[in-house]
Design a protein around this ligand. Structure first.
Ligand code: GLU
Length: 484
């Protein structure tokens, strides 16, 4: 047998792509690439009630947005297809029959009402709810007759009543579960579809998966999976369960405290390289004091041994910082291409390419993500200033502020157009003629034009707005905010 590493990302197409799923997909991809292995995408769509129209396409789009590719997938058939579980039902049926033949699984006719009553009685006795095994030893022939007569049924696995199930986990070391605590898991549902557990184990085996890298929430299912491998007489893959993602208050990452869907981050204007870099560090410790990694560098540095056991806090401030780093690394042309739709969405006119580029050069140093450009809507739109910032108001009340602004208006009005160069020239003249310099000269002009004590590069802003708008703004400020 060859020992090529084969890993899989096995999402259920039940809606948006969770940020935790992105991390699982990423770690599988990094591990595969690092080990010259094969990265598989398998769609786990056996839970028909939870399917969401369009979720699969969205998933594929999100993966390619993030730069995670697959060697075998629904749209890239390898030798182990089909890669969509709903197209593999015969395979599961066959394997369920095998388990029944071997006595490792059995038919169960307990109705929903019966199960409900069972649960209530157990609760009343203070016991944890668990299937009580009432059909474990029901004669198979009798069961088949009931099925022939049309009675509905499920198939359950026969978990050993005692003993323990153990397996090594790359992240957690040896993991041990007591069999008596495990439920006789349903393997085949009433609707004829297998459950996740059966389909997942059968497919991981048939697809030659060597390492199962997935979220911690699947850890309690793993002993059942290990038992299934044993029942079939198959080799157990190496498991690696990734730590939970947490909110800042260390509760489980939830929608209530922030965005959990990758789409939300795309919509807000995060860059794929930044989100991937950030997500890579959620639970994996490169072991060096470094934060910025390209995909190739992540591949080079990645190992399962450096994945942490403890939960990873999702720190959105850090993500913002990181995205800003990536944004500023981009060439102006790339920044324009990336930010243009966000400017447009904010209602800023982007019809003139040269002006758009200037706007991007003005705002890019001062934002972290695409949607932040909306904060410059008034400024770039040349709206008359509405100044609320306390420090800015203070600046306009400085003794020389109105004198500076009055001279500024006069000199600008005398010009044909206001360019970054002529702007600097005017400022120099005011300095010389009025004897005002430094903050006393510059701050009132900055505040009058950008409404705040700090902001985008002033010559650039003036260039974008043009003479008339700038004069109108400064006159408005003189009239409404200055004392004398
Ligand atoms: N279909 C499962 C999911 O939605 C796969 C879990 C696993 O990787 O085994 O996450």
């Amino acid at each position: 047998m060859n020992n090529t590493v084969r890993v899989r990302f096995a999402p259920s197409p039940t809606g948006y792509v969770h940020i935790g799923s992105l991390r699982t997909a990423l770690y599988n991809y990094l591990f595969a690439r690092k080990n010259n292995g094969v990265n598989i995408l398998r769609i786990e769509d056996t839970d028909q009630n939870r399917l969401v129209e369009g979720a699969e396409e969205n998933l594929l789009r999100t993966m390619s947005w993030a730069g995670i590719d697959f060697d075998e997938s629904v749209n890239r058939e390898g030798d182990y297809g089909p890669y969509r579980q709903s197209e593999r039902l015969k395979i599961y049926k066959h394997h369920i029959d095998l388990l029944i033949e071997k006595g490792h699984a059995y038919y169960c006719f307990a109705t929903a009402e019966e199960l409900e009553q069972m649960r209530r009685e157990q609760e009343a006795r203070g016991e944890a709810p668990k299937y009580d095994g009432r059909y474990r030893d029901y004669p198979r022939e009798q069961a088949r007759k009931r099925i022939e007569q049309g009675e509905s049924y499920v198939v359950r696995m026969k978990v050993p009543a005692d003993g323990e199930t153990r397996f090594p986990d790359s992240v957690r070391g040896e993991v041990v579960f007591q069999n008596e605590l495990l439920d006789d898991q349903v393997l085949l549902k009433g609707d004829g579809f297998p459950t996740y557990h059966l389909a997942n184990v059968v497919d991981d085996h048939l697809m030659g998966v060597t390492h199962v890298i997935r979220g911690e929430e699947w850890l309690p299912s793993t002993p059942k999976h290990v038992l299934l491998y044993n029942f079939f007489g198959w080799e157990v893959p190496q498991f690696a369960h990734l730590p939970l993602l947490l909110n800042a208050d260390r509760s489980k990452l939830s929608k209530r405290q922030g965005d959990v869907a990758v789409e939300d981050y795309i919509k807000k204007g995060y860059l794929p390289q930044a989100l991937v870099n950030f997500v890579a560090l959620l639970g994996w410790n490169p072991g060096e004091d470094r934060e910025i990694f390209s995909m190739d560098e992540l591949i080079e540095a990645f190992s399962l041994e450096k994945v942490n056991k403890s939960g990873a806090v999702f720190d959105v401030d850090k993500l913002n910082w990181m995205n800003g780093q990536y944004l500023r690394e981009m060439e102006t042309g790339e920044q324009v291409a990336f930010l243009r739709p966000f400017l447009e969405k904010a209602g800023i006119d982007v019809s003139d390419p040269l002006r758009t580029e200037k706007m991007v050069r003005a705002v890019a140093p001062r934002i972290n993500k695409g949607e932040d450009v909306a904060g410059f809507k008034d400024l770039l739109g040349g709206h008359l200033p509405d100044i609320r910032d306390a420090e800015a108001l203070e600046i306009l009340r400085m003794p020389d502020a109105s004198r500076v602004l009055e001279h500024f208006v006069k000199k600008a009005a005398a010009l044909g157009e206001l360019t970054p160069e002529s702007f600097k020239q005017i400022m120099k003249e005011i300095q010389k003629e009025q004897g005002i310099k430094g903050p006393a000269l510059w701050k009132p002009v900055r505040v009058a034009i950008t409404s705040g004590p700090s902001g985008p590069d002033l010559p650039l802003v003036i260039d974008i707005l043009g003479r008339d708008k700038v004069i109108a703004m400064v006159e408005h400020v003189l009239k409404n905010y200055c004392n004398e």
